[in-house]
Design a protein around this ligand. Sequence first.
Ligand code: SAM
Length: 300
Amino acid sequence: MSQFHVSVLLKEVVDALDVKPGRLYLDATLGGGGHAFEILKRGGKVLGIDWDEEALDFVRKKAEELKIELGKDIILAKGNFRDIVQISKENGLGKADAVLFDLGVSSHQIDNSNRGFSFQQEGPLDMRMSKDLAVKAADLINGLNKGELYELFTKLGEEHAARTISNAIISARGVKPIVTTLQLADIVAKSFGLRGEIKPYMRAKVNQKVFQALRIAVNDELNNLREALPSALEILGPKGRIVVVSFHSLEDRIVKWKFIEFAKKGLGTVLTKHPILPSQAEIDINRRSASAKLRIFEKN
Ligand SMILES: C[S@@+](CC[C@H](N)C(=O)[O-])C[C@H]1O[C@@H](n2cnc3c(N)ncnc32)[C@H](O)[C@@H]1O
């Protein structure tokens, strides 16, 4: 199996969390546990949340291998981080010292073609990070009307060719339903005039924003984030921190403006006037880190 996930801005994130032995840290996006295990190494206790059972299973096994006490040093919880207050209460926890959001999908989710996130590999057009979600990408692609598809690609994909792509989808699905990743990727590529066998890098170039828009919509990512940030603030103790790593401008804008709003209300201080970015050395090793932005807010 390929590596579950390569953590982005690992040292920067754990420094930002200001980990102190015995204190409580909420990792709202556990993934492969890269950040969580680093917090444990520094003596912190962790509540690790993910809505993907596969992430929780992976971390559970790894914790057992490392002889980390489950339920004591690290508690694992399945759920949507927008319910972070509830999840924390259900686990009998008091105020936290910091909450981490490392947004988006894990490499495991992208690399597993059955999950349907990749426009490079054939798979069902699914894109649900959690199997508990009801709507798949195929439901949106085959069910939304032309105007709704246009709005989706414009608002969540910031795609300039949204009209052309929506038209191509409407005519293709009139022939047969669009149910796989490569089927959709080819329709999008052909709407850009690409013909014959489409090279993977061209497929990627024209499909990135379309797949991004669908993924955000299927998982309701922006609303989850909007709701989770005030909840995170609520469960922090004095001087507690919210640390967020985002990967595209729509998320980063939400984080930036929520933090400014909290500061204006006198709830605390934005510690990152400008976001912290990965070094060139990190980008060279892990291309996925290139768009990462780290922002920190400290409660009063
Ligand atoms: C980028 S990965 C986290 C990687 C992790 N920090 C590491 O170092 O291995 C993001 C994880 O967050 C999870 N996730 C995304 N949105 C979520 C939500 N609303 N609620 C719970 N988990 C979520 C995804 O399932 C994924 O496993």
